[in-house]
Ligand binder design. Structure first.
Ligand code: GTP
Ligand code: MG
Length: 439
């Protein structure tokens, strides 16, 4: 997600870290670099230039606080300003309530409803879905299908054509449930008819949240859509979908932030787990490589990935045991790459081959290979020589080249982990991350 933007910002900051001292020239270059990378992500030109002006101005005129070096101070300013650019943090309610989803055709409403229902389910609340899209018969089927997939009850009658009547029945039917999620109709554009229908439905349902799904691949145009819905229908927040696989996410986020309707969630894939709570500070610190410890631990908890393992990895300990643990939870947790992206550490580039998403077969094989190793081999993989490779391959029922493959990948991963954990808890950037937390 947002790899180019992230790389661009990290690269700009790397230059600061590498500069001899901070002067106007260095700051000018930093501004140019940041502007360039923001524009490439479809951020509005004026927004980007105002931002870099503020960064320069503050860097030249403010004194570093709390024993920070001049470089740390500049990085902190960049971080601060980027956080402001992507909006305010909004508190996520975990109380029972009603949530209505609105959005245009294909913006990801139904998919996001599934993700959110699952999200609340994991938090111990009981969600139920109500289908109010009376215009597309297929919409009801889709919602029904989704609900059975995630084991959440759903009321989506195809024979009732009045969304208010459906809501009424649904609310009555799901009295005992905590979170009621309403899937409203969409249209190809926000016209008066759609606005009226959504308003009427809203007046009846009285939702605690009205979430607008907007696809991030619209770039800046996402903000215009959000503005339109905000004016005509009223929304309490934005669910920014399809953040994966678009280079224009920066434009989508910043333009939505301007509307004042907070981004509450982002969708990062088609799968039901591909949902993230949007928190500007965590989002930016991850983007620029300061890590997202909280996010990492939260994910670890969800995936039943032992927190001790996460901690060991952060401390730079990474034997075959941690590697196996990692392989086994990879499917649930997302790729190693995304997990690494959450770790504090040097803003280093992650090679493409670390994207393990599509390598499930290989991961299965590798798990079996590691399970065929002795305790000693797992703890000190360096001792695995040709004879041992032969034995392990035989035991696992795979070729010797598969074992070599695994050892190579393990070594590479270990190197990456070392780079990322960068001196562990005492590492320079880990120190940074801690310091920034206090602000
Ligand atoms: N890559 C990616 N695809 C997504 C995401 N969210 C939704 N989609 C895809 O976008 C397409 C449309 O999603 P739907 O959930 O059907 O959208 P909708 O707003 O309910 O559409 P209508 O009911 O037709 O108005 C589907 O193919 C989804 O898989 C996301 O975060 N990432
Ligand atoms: Mg739908």
């Amino acid at each position: 997600m947002l790899e180019k933007l992230s790389e661009g910002l990290k690269e700009a900051l790397r230059k600061i870290t590498g500069a001899g001292y901070i002067d106007k020239n260095v700051l000018d270059e930093l501004s140019r670099d940041i502007q360039k990378t923001l524009l490439a992500s479809d951020v509005d030109v004026k927004l980007a230039s105002d931002l870099t002006e503020r960064i320069k101005d503050r860097a030249l005129n403010e004194k570093p606080s709390g024993g920070m070096t001049a470089k740390e101070h500049v990085i902190k300013i960049v971080y601060d300003e980027l956080v402001k650019l992507v909006g305010k943090k909004s508190e996520l309610s975990l109380k029972p309530g009603k949530i209505m989803f609105v959005g245009l055709f294909g913006s990801g409403k139904t998919t996001s409803i599934g993700k959110l229902a699952k999200f609340y389910q994991k938090k111990g609340l009981r969600p139920a879905l109500i289908g109010c899209d009376v215009h597309r018969p297929a919409a009801m089927d889709q919602l029904m299908q989704l609900s059975s997939q995630i084991n959440v009850p759903c009321y989506a009658p195809k024979d009732i054509k009045n969304p208010i009547e459906i809501s009424k029945n649904g609310i009555e039917k799901f009295k005992k449930y905590d979170i009621l999620i309403f899937d409203a109709s969409g249209r190809s554009s926000l016209d008066k008819e759609l606005a009226d229908e959504l308003k009427r439905l809203g007046e009846f349902v009285k939702p605690d949240e009205v979430l607008l799904t907007v696809p991030a691949d619209l770039g800046q145009a996402a903000g215009q859509q959000a503005e339109g819905f905000k004016k005509l229908v009223g929304i309490t927040g934005i669910f920014l979908t399809k953040m994966d696989g678009t280079a224009r996410g920066g434009g989508a986020i910043t333009s939505c932030a301007i509307t004042g309707a907070p981004i509450k969630f982002i969708g990062t894939g088609e799968k039901i787990e591909a949902i993230e709570v949007f928190d500007p500070e965590r989002f930016i610190s991850r983007l620029i490589g300061f890590g997202d410890i909280e996010g990492l631990l939260e994910k670890a908890k969800e995936a039943e990935f032992k927190p001790e393992t996460a901690e060991k990895i952060m401390e730079g300990k990474f034997t075959m045991n941690e590697f196996l643990e990692q392989l086994q939870s990879m499917k649930k947790m997302g790729s190693l790459k995304s997990v690494m992206g959450m770790m504090p550490g040097l803003p280093v580039k992650i090679p493409k081959e670390f994207d393990m998403d599509k390598q499930e077969e290989k991961m299965k094989k590798w798990s079996i290979i590691i399970q065929s190793m002795t305790k000693e081999e797992r703890e000190t993989p360096q001792i695995i020589d040709a004879t041992r490779i032969k034995r392990i391959a035989k035991g696992a029922g795979v070729g010797e080249s598969d074992v070599r493959d695994l050892l190579k990948y393990y070594e590479q991963t270990k190197k990456m982990v070392k780079m990322f954990s960068g001196g562990g808890k005492r590492g320079l950037l880990a120190k940074f991350a801690k310091r920034f937390k206090g602000f």
